[in-house]
Ligand binder design. Structure first.
Ligand code: NDP
Ligand code: GUE
Length: 296
């Protein structure tokens, strides 16, 4: 079998197009412009790339974009003061603090200081709790993008066996919640899972969010399964720098029914969902109807 390649890049462009339409309607009918603030502490080169591309796409869909770049040794109090200012700023509807933060900063404290209504990453404990109890929330962008692609490819996901490899708060756990919300039978695997390969072989939907380059190989994949590769790993091969996922693309694609590539899969959908969440937050803040189909 040769897998269908799920084109996240094209899907993300469609989502951004829908966001842009809503944004222009908001401007015409309500005189409102959604605004997103991205906060980057320190100068991690990979983070720089995402922050730049987020800023560019935010402007492309017609939103107000603000970037705050803070020094590596920024005091926690200064970061919290910036967040308080952004929380109170009526032009800002979404706040994203790029993770990971430098080690001297308490990430939990920082994230939980963001107004939950502006928490477009969906990482605030209030949003985590709302998602876990099936209530309206801000849904983390990466899992939301994965769910959109899965729904688009399969339609109804109910009854499917889903295995999520990885249990981080930003990807694995919220991904599992969303799949459960769509009535999948969900298994969360991690570094202590016994016989990971056998667990993965039972998956109709296999989500790889491990942070280990090409760890999931074709022999982990049930024939015909859908593989969602969340991993972003920069490696060097044959003297060239390369971006690869947590799944080994060639061997997985030979067995799977469908697979997301890296680059061009989950990554672009993450940014598109960030813009969708900012739009949703703006509509909620102004008591306006939310766009359909851009959140769960
Ligand atoms: N495309 C996108 O938009 C995004 C991509 N990413 C990428 O997704 C990947 C995961 O990110 P993130 O969740 O933040 O990573 P973390 O490092 O926070 O979590 C990795 C998870 O994988 C598990 N794990 C590690 N090694 C193994 C192993 N050998 N077998 C089974 N499980 C293992 C860990 O288990 P344990 O808990 O037991 O330690 C942990 O739960 C990374 O490649 C990251 O770059 C992340 C965010 C967005
Ligand atoms: N608070 C917070 N929220 C995040 O959502 C967040 C974060 N911190 N920290 C880092 C991770 C990583 N992440 C990516 C987003 C887009 C691509 C992306 O667009 N990738 C392109 C390739 C880009 C390239 O070439 O580097 C692709 O896969 O096609 C990748 C990774 C969001 N993250």
């Amino acid at each position: 079998m040769t897998a269908t390649i799920i084109d996240g890049k094209a899907f993300a462009a469609r989502v951004r197009g829908q966001v842009a339409e809503h944004v222009s309607r908001l401007a015409e009918e309500n005189g409102i412009q959604p605004g997103l603030a991205v906060v980057l502490v320190g100068a991690d080169p990979a983070s720089e790339v995402y922050v730049k591309s987020k800023g560019k796409m935010t402007v492309e869909v017609g939103m107000h974009s603000v970037e705050h770049r803070l020094a590596d040794d920024t005091a926690e109090g200064d970061l919290l003061a910036l967040i308080a200012t952004l929380n109170a700023d009526p032009k800002i509807h979404g706040i994203l603090v790029q993770l990971p933060l430098p080690a001297h900063l308490n990430s939990e404290l920082v994230i939980n200081s963001i107004d939950p209504a502006k928490d477009v990453d969906g990482f605030h404990i209030s949003n985590v709790g709302l998602l876990g109890t099936g209530q309206k929330s801000m849904v983390p962008c990466t899992p939301l993008g994965c769910l959109m692609m899965l729904r688009d490819h399969h339609g109804d996901l109910s009854g499917m066996n889903a295995v999520v490899v990885g249990r981080s708060n930003i990807v694995g756990k919220p991904m599992a919640q969303l799949l459960l919300g769509d009535s999948c039978t969900v298994t969360i695997a991690h570094s202590r899972t016994k016989d990971l390969k056998a667990v993965c072989q039972g998956a109709d939907i296999l989500v790889a969010a491990v942070g280990r380059a090409e760890m999931i190989t074709g022999d982990y994949v049930k024939p015909g399964a859908t593989v969602i590769d969340v991993g972003i790993n920069r490696i060097e091969r044959d003297g060239k720098k390369k971006l690869v996922g947590d799944a080994e693309f060639a061997s997985c694609a030979a067995v799977a029914g469908a697979i997301t590539p890296v680059p061009g899969g989950v990554g672009p959908m993450t940014i598109a969902c960030l813009l969708a969440n900012t739009l949703t937050a703006c509509c909620r803040a102004n008591g306006l109807a939310e766009p359909q189909g851009l959140t769960v």
